[in-house]
Design a protein around this ligand. Structure first.
Ligand SMILES: [Zn+2]
Length: 252
């Protein structure tokens, strides 16, 4: 287990005293690597909280540039950053916030071609993509690599999140969603989004990741749905699709 320096003990003092974290959990966080796919409304708060909590290595993947319409909810970015690559700016923000962690930024989209390099050495993947196809790609690649991932999605005033452990015994994302017939899926650009809604979803995802990294089981098999306007949440049980093309046909 990685030893913690005096500086780290002081820095993480408020979370170290939680029995849920403890010294051992903090040391586990230090040894962990998380891949955050997407550096937008979900990815910016998720990456900032992971870095703040002391996750030892944060890897970012995104090929988008910062636009004016991002600023209401992607609060890691400022007006001076407009036009810059999101991963480059976000990586620097994380390094500025916590010099004790490693951050590597990849200006790529997650797909079957980029997955092997992006997943190398990773413990868990946080989906922050706003893309059905990307989530299907993450599901497929992490299943093949026997890695867990945490889905997050938000549109309008609604959000949802779910965790999939490495076994997919409780089902996988392909059990829930089939491959899209068309590459066009309506997202926040078409349907709108309110900043705090996407922030709420991202922080639920981040909590699941931190809990997992400090040693808690990943609560797979549930889709959490949030109506952020009323504050109501629902938890739906997921089931294995008997003819799922991923978890019922591919063995790893
Ligand atoms: Zn499945």
């Amino acid at each position: 287990m990685a030893a913690l320096s005096d500086n780290e003990l002081a820095r993480y003092a408020r979370q170290l005293i939680l029995p849920e974290v403890d010294l051992e959990g903090q040391a586990r966080l230090k040894q962990s690597r998380v891949l955050v796919v997407g550096a937008g409304g979900l990815g910016t708060p998720a990456a900032q909280y992971l870095a703040g909590a002391g996750v030892g290595s944060v890897r970012l993947a995104d090929d988008d540039r910062i636009a004016l319409s991002n600023l209401p909810r992607q609060l890691a970015y400022t007006e001076d950053d407009l036009g810059q690559l999101k991963v480059g700016v976000l990586a620097q923000r994380l390094r500025d916030a916590n010099g004790g962690i490693a951050v590597d930024a990849h200006c790529v989209r997650f797909n079957g071609d980029t997955a092997p390099a992006l997943l190398e050495g990773v413990d868990i993947v946080l989906d922050a993509t706003d893309s059905l196809q990307a989530r299907l790609d993450i599901d497929r690649a992490t299943y093949a690599a026997r890695l867990p991932w945490v889905l997050g999605a938000a549109v309008g005033t609604s959000g949802q999140w779910a965790a999939f452990d490495e076994t997919r015994r409780e089902g996988c994302y392909h059990c829930l969603m089939r491959e899209p017939d068309s590459p066009e899926n309506l997202g926040c650009a078409e349907l709108g989004i309110l900043g705090p809604v996407v922030g709420l979803v991202a922080l639920h995802q981040t909590l699941l990741v931190i809990r997992y990294l400090v040693g808690a089981a990943l609560p797979s098999g549930y889709l959490h749905m949030l109506d952020a306007w009323t504050g109501e949440t629902r938890k739906l049980g997921l089931s294995v699709c008997g003819d799922c093309e991923l978890c019922q046909t591919l063995s790893t």
